[in-house]
Design a protein around this ligand. Structure first.
Ligand SMILES: Nc1ncnc2c1ncn2[C@@H]1O[C@H](COP(=O)(O)OP(=O)(O)OP(=O)(O)O)[C@@H](O)[C@H]1O
Ligand SMILES: [Mg+2]
Length: 397
């Protein structure tokens, strides 16, 4: 009988434990690299919680992939364990504010996660009760079961409004709870997040700021080496991890992307039935990582942002230079013709400028004001990613 086609890739994998390279993998303490100071800072804020007293709130800032979520969860897990040995009931909830963005949802999620219905006899229905009711049940649950609770509000800048922060930071003071204390760990990669907060929230949510900086090459190398058990022995060529680390440190200092590149490099080899990962595979993996990132970003952008990016990519390809500067007026012209192709009405020049400013903020393009002497000024746009890749990603939409 002819062998049946295997659609799942090679049977013999070079991966021994691929899950070590998954983003969801939570490394234990000895695998958290280069974040001792930051862990101590968060620990210091939460310290009083160990005695069942009110912790200091913390706000963690830092670019993507710098270990903010990882370190926050780690400290909370540890806090719960250590508090228990002091006979203090501690708990924590991790809230991803991109998923739970409204006051009601956060409140419900907290009540739901922290509740133990058998003990409290309080139910937390999914729907059918008001926000005020969710709050009432939450305070009751906290009072009955805990001395202290820490709430991690990850990507806190994605919350709709700041009422929840106000409520959580004032719950005790306003007499809604009598026995439990709440500590808040807010996480954001927008340094200016606080400017948006309401004055009354600013004054009740007093906290310490902690900044996570991007990783350097040595730290990324160590993070990757600590996960090299993901591969069987001798699968990784000697230069592979240092290369991934060097590229990553130079481009972003993002541990997540570095781990992704290493995993992709392994997958390239696995899919071609190879046995060893070499530096060439790293190049291929890096391209795939970049493309994936751009694609994701483009996919989540509104249509007119896609058209704008498409315009700059097309114009860039017309030039001999690798990363040419293209003028705003040319971009607008190209943008209009792309809108026509796609059967969509173009936005005004002013709106397009806002879109381009946003892309600058996201790090996809660079924009620069230049003077034309007496004739005034103009703005140039320079694509920071490979135009062919951007074009591919845009035209598949
Ligand atoms: N110091 C570290 N040691 C080991 N692994 C790390 C370290 N820092 C980050 N990682 C790993 O890198 C990935 C990203 O880390 P994490 O999710 O904590 O980043 P983040 O700062 O929260 O990023 P984002 O702002 O995008 O949410 C995770 O898989 C995590 O396990
Ligand atoms: Mg995070």
């Amino acid at each position: 009988m002819p062998a049946k086609t295997n659609y799942f890739g090679a049977d013999e994998s070079i991966f021994a434990e691929k899950s070590l390279l998954r983003v969801s993998h939570l490394p234990n303490e000895d695998r958290i690299i280069g974040r001792d100071d930051e862990l101590h800072e968060i620990g210091n804020c939460m310290q009083d919680g160990l005695q069942g007293e009110a912790p200091t709130h913390a706000m963690i800032y830092g670019k993507t992939g710098t270990g903010k979520s990882l370190c926050s969860k780690f400290i909370c897990e540890d806090l719960v364990d250590r508090a228990e040995s002091n006979n203090v009931n501690a708990g924590y909830v991790y809230i991803d504010c991109t998923q739970q963005s409204t006051e009601t949802k956060v409140c419900r999620e907290m009540a739901h996660t922290l509740n133990d219905e058998e003990t409290t006899d309080i139910s937390v229905p999914y729907s059918g009760i008001s926000t005020a009711d969710y709050y009432r049940r939450l305070w009751d649950i906290l009072d009955q079961l805990y001395n202290i609770v820490v709430v991690i509000l990850d990507e806190i800048d994605r919350l709709d409004g700041d009422d929840i922060l106000y409520q959580l930071s004032r719950a005790r003071e306003s007499g809604k709870m009598n026995d439990a204390h709440i500590g808040i760990i807010g996480i954001s990669n927008k340094m200016r997040y606080e400017e948006k907060l309401n004055q009354r929230v600013k004054s009740s949510f007093s906290k310490r700021d902690i900044v996570f900086s991007p990783y350097d090459a040595d730290q990324i190398r160590e993070i990757l080496e600590n996960r090299s058990d993901a591969f069987y022995d001798d699968v990784l060529n000697e230069g592979v991890i240092p290369k991934v680390a060097a590229i990553s440190a130079q481009e972003h200092g993002d541990a997540r992307k570095a781990i992704d590149i290493l995993r992709y490099a392994g997958e390239v080899v696995d899919n071609s039935d190879g046995e060893t990962v070499t530096e060439e595979h790293v190049d291929m993996a890096q391209e795939r990582e970049q493309e994936g990132r751009i694609r994701e970003l483009i996919e989540s952008s509104p249509n007119h942002s896609k058209f704008a990016l498409h315009s700059i990519a097309r114009l860039s390809l017309r030039s001999e230079k690798k990363r040419p500067e293209v003028e705003g007026s040319d971009v607008y012209e190209m943008y209009e013709s792309i809108c026509e192709e796609r059967g969509s009405d173009p936005l005004t020049q002013r709106r397009l400028r806002d879109i381009l400013d946003e892309m600058k903020f996201l790090g996809i393009i660079n924009r620069e004001r230049k003077s034309k002497g007496r004739e005034g000024a103009y703005t140039t746009n320079r694509l920071l990613e490979d135009p062919e890749m951007v074009l591919r990603a845009c035209s598949e939409m």
